[in-house]
Design a protein around this ligand. Structure first.
Ligand SMILES: Cc1cc2nc3c(=O)[nH]c(=O)nc-3n(C[C@H](O)[C@H](O)[C@H](O)COP(=O)(O)O)c2cc1C
Length: 202
């Protein structure tokens, strides 16, 4: 079956991250963002695609800060309350009933109950008339201890990260499961060694 090119995300499950930010005069904001990706390994950059009319974008431009909150499927019922239009002077923590988790390095607060928090500073913008790519530098990354395996990787079963696909009718929410298949990074290279291994072992 052939689909229209703009139906890409119907077949490409996306993480649903909650981006929290604060306006210049202290109003707290939350918005779900699914168009989000890390920029290569082992960089500390993260890229969000944002429509131009977003309080999130206004706040990031005003303060240079935001938090990417990664959440589990238990946040599915918080997607619409945070995605619905709210005027910029409305506190979206209060509107959605979510609780603040104070950040350590920036003023923009994180969201309690997330399983990971990336405190970010605006690094660069790629500006097009209808959308902006926001490049953030992750300045602090924290993950809840209870979702980590003994070797420090993410326990997908415990976390059940919130994901989505789109269809012609709307958004379908789901999660990912571990298929117990592990490969080292080195496996990609002829000598079996990961050229970046020192970065990870520092
Ligand atoms: C699951 C989901 C994912 C979304 N992903 C994005 C996204 O990646 N980029 C974007 O600009 N808007 C996205 N939106 C829309 C914004 O979350 C929505 O417009 C929100 O009201 C923006 O809030 P703000 O104006 O407070 O920033 C998404 C909405 C939903 C429900």
């Amino acid at each position: 079956m052939q689909f229209k090119p703009f139906m890409r995300e119907g077949f490409m499950p996306l993480p649903v991250a909650f981006v929290s930010s604060i306006s210049d005069d202290g109003v707290r904001n939350i918005a779900p963002y699914a168009c989000i990706m890390p920029v290569l390994r082992p960089l500390d950059l993260i890229c969000l695609a944002s429509a131009s009319k977003r309080d999130t974008l206004t706040n990031i431009r005003a303060t240079n800060q935001f938090v990417v909150n990664l959440v589990g499927t238990d946040f599915a019922d918080k997607v619409i309350p945070t995605a619905k239009y709210a005027p910029p002077d409305k506190d979206e923590f209060l509107l959605s009933g979510l609780t603040e988790k104070p950040s350590k390095t920036i003023r923009a607060p994180g969201i309690a109950g997330s399983y990971a928090w990336m405190e970010c500073e605006l690094y660069k913008e790629y500006i097009e008339p209808n959308y902006i790519l926001i490049m953030g530098k992750v300045v602090r990354l924290e993950v809840a201890d209870e979702v980590l395996t003994p070797d420090g990787s993410l326990d997908l079963q415990k976390t059940r990260p919130l994901m989505m696909t789109g269809s012609s009718k709307g958004m379908h929410f789901g999660t990912v499961t571990d298929i117990d298949h592990f490969e080292s990074f080195g496996a990609m290279f002829p000598d079996g060694k990961d050229p970046l291994h020192k970065t990870y072992n520092q």
